[in-house]
Design a protein around this ligand. Structure first.
Ligand SMILES: NC(=O)c1ccc[n+]([C@@H]2O[C@H](COP(=O)([O-])OP(=O)(O)OC[C@H]3O[C@@H](n4cnc5c(N)ncnc54)[C@H](OP(=O)(O)O)[C@@H]3O)[C@@H](O)[C@H]2O)c1
Length: 174
């Protein structure tokens, strides 16, 4: 199973303001920076409950007919995600990965700060594609957190964009 992260972060390492606000991201996602090419290779998107709740506020269902798995330890009302292919799961990241692998998924896209951090801590992330937005927001929801040990990364390639976005792709060294 390939597990990827594809995320936009401020230069000071946040993925949202403390309130969850994303107003500092470029409008409309900014200039094309590979999201559509990336998402085309993904079999299922695994998001934390807080990311799910935020996505619901962004207008029509964002992920089209891609399979989405919402992680939460509690009940989740999936009904507002109109037209979505969506389910709720819970449990250790390794169990989530093995259940989705057993159902034929080969490539997972994991999203949400806490969710990414849990998959990283479990040693399940293979690839990180981080797009740095040229702004400091001072405080917010961090992309990264504590780890039980260092995670060595191989920097595959930087891509810079005229608007100032700077994207780095890292592969986790095993
Ligand atoms: N800049 C970007 O590219 C980007 C990308 C994604 C998200 N965001 C933003 O980040 C914010 C959300 O991130 P976040 O770190 O606060 O939260 P999150 O990772 O979206 O959600 C965390 C919640 O997910 C559930 N969860 C995670 N792993 C689980 C597991 N293995 N089993 C069961 N439940 C699990 C728990 O829900 P319960 O508490 O219900 O148990 C946990 O509290 C939002 O504002 C969103 O817009 C930004």
């Amino acid at each position: 199973m390939m597990v990827s992260v594809f995320v936009g972060a401020s230069v000071d390492g946040f993925i949202a303001r403390p309130s969850g606000d994303l107003d500092w991201l470029p409008e409309g996602g900014g200039e094309p920076h590979g999201y559509h090419e990336f998402i085309a290779t993904v079999d299922a998107i695994v998001i934390g409950r807080k990311t799910f709740e935020k996505v619901l506020t962004l207008g029509p269902w964002f992920y089209g007919d891609k399979r989405v798995v919402v992680l939460s330890t509690g009940p989740v009302d999936l009904s507002p995600a109109k037209g979505a292919v969506i389910e709720h799961m819970a449990g250790p990241p390794a169990e989530i990965v093995s259940q989705l692998a057993a159902r034929g998924a080969h490539h997972l896209y994991v999203d949400g700060g806490v969710t990414i951090q849990r998959f990283l801590r479990a040693g399940l992330v293979n690839r990180l594609i981080i797009t740095r937005v040229p702004v400091l927001i001072g405080d917010g929801i961090p992309l990264f957190g504590s780890l039980p040990h260092d995670v060595r990364l191989h920097h595959v390639a930087p891509r810079d964009f005229p608007s100032g976005l700077l994207q780095s792709e890292y592969h986790v060294v095993v």
